[in-house]
Ligand binder design. Structure first.
Ligand SMILES: NC(=O)c1ccc[n+]([C@@H]2O[C@H](COP(=O)([O-])OP(=O)(O)OC[C@H]3O[C@@H](n4cnc5c(N)ncnc54)[C@H](O)[C@@H]3O)[C@@H](O)[C@H]2O)c1
Length: 341
């Protein structure tokens, strides 16, 4: 089977490629190695993937350097390859940066996603699995977040692009019978993680004895999801592509499903952890106390996230379950080795 993974040098894309390569799938990755965060980390992830191939004496991975919004490039990738599955993880990520540079989100996440849909229209993979985000729940206060809740109140352009992706996917699923699965990821963390996210920012500052900023005076909570659980879930979608919902009721429509082959799933740990408790777990693991500076809420941020994962569990028979303490232990171990502390 041949699989296309966009955002292959990114945090989640890298882990997925590693799993697919070691399971003997043929993988073609795409990434533009943009400078949103440290490019050397993206290059190191790529080196690691090539090492994985060498170790297994396999030649089943290739990376294409280019951008999602390059129409001709994406079109030619799909014409030259017959993909069985497409995992679309390439995107301009990050809530806060979307206030600084909103255009980057329209280029990568909207234009780029349209190119992927157009490619899939020609290629007809068994499933297009794409990254959405818990941020689509925006200002909602009903917890846990359920896939059928309204997601009409995003509080950042990033969130608005992710909700747009879900709508665009539905249109293609309906028009071209394209099986589409949107995964709403909830704060994914783990080894090789993203330097712009709290686990990495806090760990770096605590180790370097620098102050950390705690927004909304600490009154925040996140559903932290361990990377290995996320990869297990995506892997299971290879065995269980999404199908039409034969009992879908157009007179009483649910937003997570459709008459066409389209589904949306939360991918979270179903446990919301207070930011202060999260920092304490980090402090215990690192063996240092954090220097805390309390700050007001940042524009674009949401106060808390919490996932209802019953739909996911009923579809693939699995939901994230790694204890935060266990995941953080692995993350800190990796951080100290990688950054030689
Ligand atoms: N990590 C999380 O907690 C989280 C939470 C919710 C949603 N997501 C989504 O999951 C996906 C993967 O996230 P991640 O954490 O691995 O982020 P990441 O930034 O590490 O990975 C994204 C990769 O896409 C590449 N990329 C960006 N724009 C591109 C473009 N126009 N063309 C080609 N490549 C491009 C980047 O270089 C990067 O390597 C993203 O869609 C993100 O929005 C992640």
């Amino acid at each position: 089977m041949k699989i296309f993974v966009t955002g292959a040098a990114g945090f989640i894309g890298f882990h997925l490629c590693k799993k697919l390569i070691s399971s003997n799938y043929k993988v073609i990755g795409l990434d533009n190695f943009n400078t949103y965060y440290d490019v050397s980390l993206k290059n190191e992830r790529l080196n690691h993937l090539y090492k994985e191939c060498k170790l297994r004496k396999k030649n089943n991975f290739k990376i294409i350097k280019g951008s999602l919004e390059e129409n001709e490039l994406i079109s030619s990738i799909f014409s030259e390859n017959n993909f069985d599955f497409v995992f679309h993880l390439g995107a301009q990520a990050g809530v806060r940066y979307s206030l600084e540079n909103p255009y980057a989100y329209i280029d990568s996440n909207i234009k780029g996603f349209l190119n992927i849909l157009e490619g899939c229209k020609k290629n007809q993979p068994k499933n297009l699995i794409f990254a959405s985000s818990s941020s689509v729940y925006g200002g909602n206060e009903k917890i846990p977040f359920n896939e059928n809740d309204s997601v009409d109140h995003p509080v950042s352009i990033y969130a608005a692009t992710k909700k747009s992706n879900e709508l665009m996917a539905h249109a293609y699923s309906h028009l071209y019978n394209l099986p589409c699965t949107g995964l709403r990821f909830f704060t994914v963390y783990g080894p090789w993680g993203r330097p712009d996210m709290a686990p990495m920012i806090f760990t770096k500052s605590i180790i370097e004895k620098k102050p950390i900023k705690i927004f909304n005076n600490g009154d925040m909570a996140r559903d932290f999801t361990y990377i290995n659980d996320v990869i297990e879930i995506m892997f299971r979608f290879l065995k269980k592509p999404v199908q039409k919902n034969k009992s879908f009721d157009k007179k009483n429509p649910e937003s997570s499903t459709s008459w066409s082959p389209y589904r949306i799933f939360n991918v979270g740990n179903s446990k919301s952890v207070k930011l202060i408790d999260f920092i304490q777990i980090l402090e215990n693991e690192i063996g240092e106390k954090a220097i805390k500076i309390f700050e007001p809420m940042q524009a674009g941020d949401v106060k808390f996230t919490s996932a209802d994962t019953s739909l996911l569990d009923s579809w693939i028979g699995f939901k994230p379950n790694t204890e935060l303490r266990v995941g953080i232990k692995e993350f800190v171990k990796w951080y100290k080795t990688y950054y030689k502390h």
